[in-house]
Design a protein around this ligand. Sequence first.
Ligand code: NAP
Length: 312
Amino acid sequence: MSDTNEKFDYIIIGAGVAGLASAQYAARGGLKTLVIDVSIPGGQALTIPTLENYPGVYPALSGTQFCQNMRDQAEGFGAVIIQSEVQSIDKVGSDFKIVTRKDSYIGTCVLIATGAEHRKLGVPGEDKLEGRGVSYCATCDGPFFRNRKIFVIGGGDSACDEAMYLSTLTDDVTLVHRRDTLRAQKAVADRLLANPKVKVIFNAKVKEIKGEGRVQSIELEDTTDGSVTEHQCDAVFIFAGMNPVTQLVEMLPKDEGGYIKTDDDMKTLMPGLYAAGDIRSKSFRQVVTAVSDGAIAAHSAGEYVRNLKAKI
Ligand code: NAP
């Protein structure tokens, strides 16, 4: 590891839409801005087949195109985006030291925007058959199951949106939800329930995913009477919600779901450290709210850097 210690005004960890929006605002506002992500920029939004509810982006774009535009825009204003894995964030004096696998960097302030990752069901067969019919990303893996029998697990926006997308690939999609009403936003739920290619099984939980070398069937338990049924299928797409990725900031206070607490300005309890996007404690997780968080964090960071520079 080379210890470059290059100094930036603002270092953003996570290049999802919150991080990219913050980078664009910060760089445009004159902050020397670095974005670090272990993956290619875009995060979860890359998997959105059609981003149809982002205000002003009409006709809708694919998540991939939207993220590419955000990246180009941030870089266009001078933000530097690198791909590397951040290993630690430490406060050193009034600055932060960010250590990655290859280098280290100094930031006057830091935004943590590492988002959230897919929650597993934890049932037998899930791990063994991941990548062999068990998937957490319809855009990535759906095309492998064209005209096949697909089960979708979950009752939130993701499960409903992704079931809709999968129904463009096959007319045999079954969504399984553990309660008797969908959690998804009404418009999303109504559209799903009206789709003739999607059958919905309520009040059922997954007991086991079965198969040798590939998914062959799924076992469901009726939550009302405990009866168990087995259904032949080729793929199981799981959308059981998300867990926030907080390993780098375990020192910060979290809510009961494990999400980082901030104030309305995206400030955490540690001066100069901000949080934005799906990692943050809030009631509504959308691309538009992540982008908003990112813009607000950049504004707060700008004030912080200017105040600090004025004192020196
Ligand atoms: P979510 O809203 O937390 O929904 C997760 C779903 O999985 C719930 O229906 C939950 O059931 C179910 N679930 C959880 N654990 C389970 C288990 N062990 N077995 C079976 N089912 C289980 O997660 P999400 O759909 O991924 O959405 C995450 C956030 O992104 C939300 O804020 C959502 O609004 C947002 N989002 C928005 C859009 C959009 O605007 N189009 C699209 C995607 C995501 P219960 O309902 O019983 O808890």
